[in-house]
Design a protein around this ligand. Structure first.
Ligand code: PXP
Length: 248
């Protein structure tokens, strides 16, 4: 029996569009409420150190307005830890962050930073947030995430999705094999397995079909697709695509 697959909608790029003009519109909190109404099981927002999209006020607005869970994405810095401890979101997802990158390019290097990360996440867990670690489909990183006490890992699907979109089929198939094996490996260790980055209607199905994956987090594609279909229909179609893949 395969468990239900949750859809987390990342609303960062509503804030990207807002910030392009420097005003208040479009409002990411309004997008998050619309996403919930369209069937999102949770909302993800990444408060970056440089505040290039989501702002501190957005996080406050989301905490106040959301009916469902907020997955607060952040780097492992003292500033972000203090913000997370103040808000106590349902989930905290620890990601690597570089100022010069356009998006979160790789997974977190957990194995090398094991002690520091174990100390970093302990107060977040004590405050009641579920801690998720965004990592590559790599056994070493998964074992380290388990040792530091994370409850959840999110597998980085970016390399798989890029290879899929560019028709590099050998790489695509190799990436999918890694994701398949590592989802099973992490699940056997007792970790909850999520996945995300770069997912579209075309590449989400193979990930949705992995029985151990119980949540997909999707942002950029859905916000782009909303231009053409509207946000609610874009999310409903993703829900449909995921459900078809899950149940086939
Ligand atoms: N999951 C994590 C941990 C991410 O950092 C991101 C990108 O912010 C996503 C999911 C969503 O990726 P995308 O915007 O490519 O769908």
């Amino acid at each position: 029996m395969t468990s239900k697959l949750r859809l987390g909608v990342n609303i960062d790029h509503v804030a990207t569009v807002r910030n392009a003009r420097g005003g208040a519109l479009p409002d990411p909190v309004r997008a998050a409420i619309a996403a919930e109404e369209a069937g999102a099981d949770g909302i993800t927002a990444h408060l970056r150190e440089d505040r290039r999209h989501i702002s501190d006020a957005d996080i406050e607005g989301l905490m106040a307005a959301l009916k469902g869970p907020l997955n607060f994405e952040m780097a492992a810095t003292p500033e972000m830890q203090a913000i997370a401890l103040r808000h106590k979101p349902h989930a905290v997802c620890i990601v690597p962050e570089k100022r010069e990158e356009r998006t979160t390019e790789g997974g977190l290097e957990v194995a090398r930073e094991e002690n520091a990360l174990a100390h970093f996440i302990a107060p977040l867990r004590e405050a009641g947030s579920r801690v998720s670690i965004f990592i590559a489909a790599d056994q070493r990183q998964i074992e380290a995430a388990n040792r530091i006490g994370a409850e959840v890992i999110e597998l980085h699907t970016g390399a798989y999705c890029d290879a899929h979109a560019e028709g590099r089929f050998d790489v695509r198939d190799a990436e999918l094999r890694k994701l398949t094996d590592m989802a099973a490996f992490a699940h056997d260790l007792g970790l909850e397995v999520h996945a995300g980055h770069g997912l579209t209607y075309d590449c989400a199905p193979s990930i949705a079909a992995l029985p151990q994956v119980i949540e997909l987090n999707i942002g950029h594609f859905l916000i782009g697709e909303a231009i053409f279909r509207g946000l609610g229909p874009a999310i409903s179609e993703m829900r449909r695509v995921m459900d078809v893949a899950r149940n086939s």
